[in-house]
Design a protein around this ligand. Structure first.
Ligand SMILES: [Zn+2]
Length: 348
């Protein structure tokens, strides 16, 4: 097993207990999630922040001018389902191209599928497109369902910048109309949001990076995409503050942090002479940030050592076949012996 194939997390050794399951190794805030269920071999977890937001939203909805906790719960459930389906799209696309995907964390700001596609731009691009593809496929289905119930085109083709008219049209048709409208609107917003902002690690930002990859190399493309992402994050963050849109501000903060962290990783890899080497997982793909980094460095060193040893053994074997066993120097014999011994003891 090469180290690329080796799983990074070491959970699942015995019963780690509830808090350990929720907080993981502890260091990485991105992984503080409550496990909800497991489908298709994918564990779906709810981030602690999401729990807080749900409680806050429900409490807020009890105010007299609000829609009430019952309706709010249904609205959140619609959003939750849409986010989950989008993330499943990433996971299945990732598996389709030969990658691994077994974990989804639902954030208040959306979902994070922990995808590990093969280290190549096409596999990454297909994994990224898998999410928005789900929204695109669902749009006509949900749109048709909304129309079937409301008989009102205003609810289907609502204005994304001001959805009040569409929502009112849906409400007029009763409960079912309202729920379907929420699911339909959540689906459209997810698609627009992911595809319109080239802000890494949002899908559009990733697509920019993945299209640049074959032209300038993986690390350079990441460098460009995260610089653009930081720039966008600042712009979107300022805009969100001006318009008092706290969720959007949260997304900008998250994107900005991810870009900054990815840049740190790139700097770390360049300094260690590992540019365009094995992939370094981004913050939310890691179980534990500091440990992950040293583990990565150790694994890479070990891989390089093995490659060097194998090349040396190949050279020695070629020498034997050309010049015979007697031509070997003492150190070459030693190297060959060492290699054979390691093979025998099953470490090679
Ligand atoms: Zn996505």
């Amino acid at each position: 097993v090469g180290f690329q194939d080796r799983r990074y997390d070491e959970r699942g050794q015995g019963d780690p207990g509830f808090w350990r399951r929720v907080l993981g190794e502890g260091d990485n805030f991105f992984n503080w999630g409550v496990p909800l269920f497991r489908v298709f071999g994918i564990t779906v977890r709810l981030h602690m922040l999401f729990l807080l937001v749900i409680v806050a939203r429900l409490l807020n909805s009890m105010r007299p001018d609000q829609i009430g906790p019952g309706q709010t719960a249904i609205m959140l459930l619609c959003l939750f389902t849409m986010v989950l389906l989008h993330e499943f799209g990433h996971c299945f696309a990732c598996r389709r191209v030969g990658g691994e995907a077994d974990d989804i964390v639902l954030w208040p700001l959306g979902g994070l599928a922990m995808c590990r596609p093969p280290n190549d731009w096409k596999a990454h691009l297909i994994t990224t497109l898998g999410g928005p593809a789900v929204n695109l496929a669902l749009a006509p289905i949900l749109g048709a369902a909304v129309y079937a119930v409301t008989r009102n085109w205003d609810a289907v083709f609502f204005n994304p910048l001001n959805s009040t008219r569409g929502a009112v049209a849906a409400w007029d048709a009763g409960q079912l109309g309202a729920w379907l409208f929420w699911a339909h609107a959540a689906n459209i917003y997810m698609f627009l949001f992911n595809m319109c902002l080239p802000m890494y690690p949002m899908d559009c930002g990733r697509i920019v990076q993945e299209l640049l990859w074959p032209r300038v190399g993986r690390d350079k493309s990441l460098h460009i995409a995260t610089s653009l992402g930081l720039f966008m994050a600042v712009g979107v963050g300022v805009f969100a503050l001006m318009m008092n849109l706290m969720s959007l501000f949260g997304v900008a903060l998250f994107a900005g942090f991810t870009c900054w962290q990815q840049k740190q990783n790139l700097r770390f890899m360049a300094a260690s002479g590992m540019s365009d080497g094995p992939e370094f997982p981004t913050a939310y793909q890691q179980k534990d940030t500091a440990k992950e980094r040293s583990k990565y460095a150790a694994a890479l060193k070990e891989q390089q050592r093995r490659q060097a040893e194998e090349a040396e053994v190949d050279r020695i074997l070629a020498k034997i076949s050309q010049q015979g066993m007697d031509s070997l120097t003492r150190s070459e014999r030693k190297a060959l012996e060492r290699h054979t011994q390691r093979r025998r003891s099953g470490q090679g």
